[in-house]
Write a protein that binds this ligand. Structure first.
Ligand code: GLP
Length: 259
């Protein structure tokens, strides 16, 4: 696991965008997209590079991590609508290259299996962007999710529903969702997790320095060969080995600049 310590949320976004850009410029790519506030600076930076530096998404296919059950794609809080608003509608990614599980599918279990299979038949995800929930979830894999899980229907934790209640002013936060499983996410060739803010510091410490445990689903990234965790100072504040991460980061950057 590589830890990148940044000065600000904007710098977090720029570092994550560097990894995505490098992959996109190499040829057709499959991206895994997270929703939520954490990847916003990453998406803003990608949009800027698209507008100002000819970064094209025309050869990109994108799979979102998750979706609320019960919401049709057109609902303004569906993750289909959210990812369009936050990224897809501002770049040249063809809409037919954007995939989300259908939250209003009549057979949710079947839909989850179909979605998982679609990711595999697309050749798997090249770069998966992730945020982390304050309870350590990634996607909507709540604590106690199997580390081997595939895309499936999950019950949202009370804490997650409270965190997301701000998007549902009428109080009707969905109780169920479809989410890529931890086993699915682990198959991405790169996993890039971005976190900012003090409310993530505990979860970040459990993910990076705690045991690999279903109690902190994000800790599964310790098993990933190419996981990068990009943090602002507040999200990194509870890590115990900060000096070591800083030194490793500096040395890595020197090595890269020799190439
Ligand atoms: C949401 C999403 C996750 C996201 C997380 C954190 O519920 N399902 O993909 O990473 O919770 O959200 P935020 O980035 O807004 O803190």
């Amino acid at each position: 696991m590589q830890i990148l310590l940044c000065e600000s949320a904007e710098q977090v976004g720029a570092r994550a965008a560097d990894i995505i850009e490098a992959r996109i410029r190499r040829g057709p790519a499959v991206l895994g997209l997270a929703t939520g506030s954490s990847p916003r600076t990453t998406y803003l930076e990608l949009i800027r590079r698209h507008r100002e530096e000819q970064l094209s998404f025309s050869q990109v296919r994108a799979f979102t991590l998750d979706e609320y059950a019960g919401l049709p794609a057109e609902h303004e809080q569906s993750y289909w609508s959210t990812i369009r608003r936050e990224l897809v509608d501002h770049v040249d990614l063809p809409l037919e290259h954007l995939f989300t599980p259908r939250g209003d599918a009549p057979n949710l279990r079947g839909e989850a299996q179909r979605y998982d299979a679609a990711i595999v038949s697309a050749g798997g995800v090249d770069v998966q962007i992730l945020g982390i929930g304050a309870n350590g979830h990634i996607g909507f894999n709540e604590p106690t999710s199997s580390l081997e899980s595939r895309t499936r229907v999950k019950t949202l934790a009370g804490a997650t529903r409270e965190d997301n209640a701000r998007f549902f002013p009428e109080g009707n936060v969905p109780r169920l969702c479809l989410t890529q499983g931890l086993g699915t996410i682990r198959e991405a060739r790169w996993a890039v997790l971005v976190a900012m803010g003090s409310n993530k510091a505990n979860a970040v410490r459990a993910m990076v320095e705690g045991p690999v445990s279903a109690h902190c689903p994000a800790s599964v990234l310790q098993l990933h060969p190419q996981a990068v965790v990009i943090l602002d100072p507040a999200a990194a504040a509870d890590l115990t080995l900060l000096d070591y991460y800083r030194e490793a980061q500096e040395l890595n950057e020197q090595l890269l600049s020799y190439r």
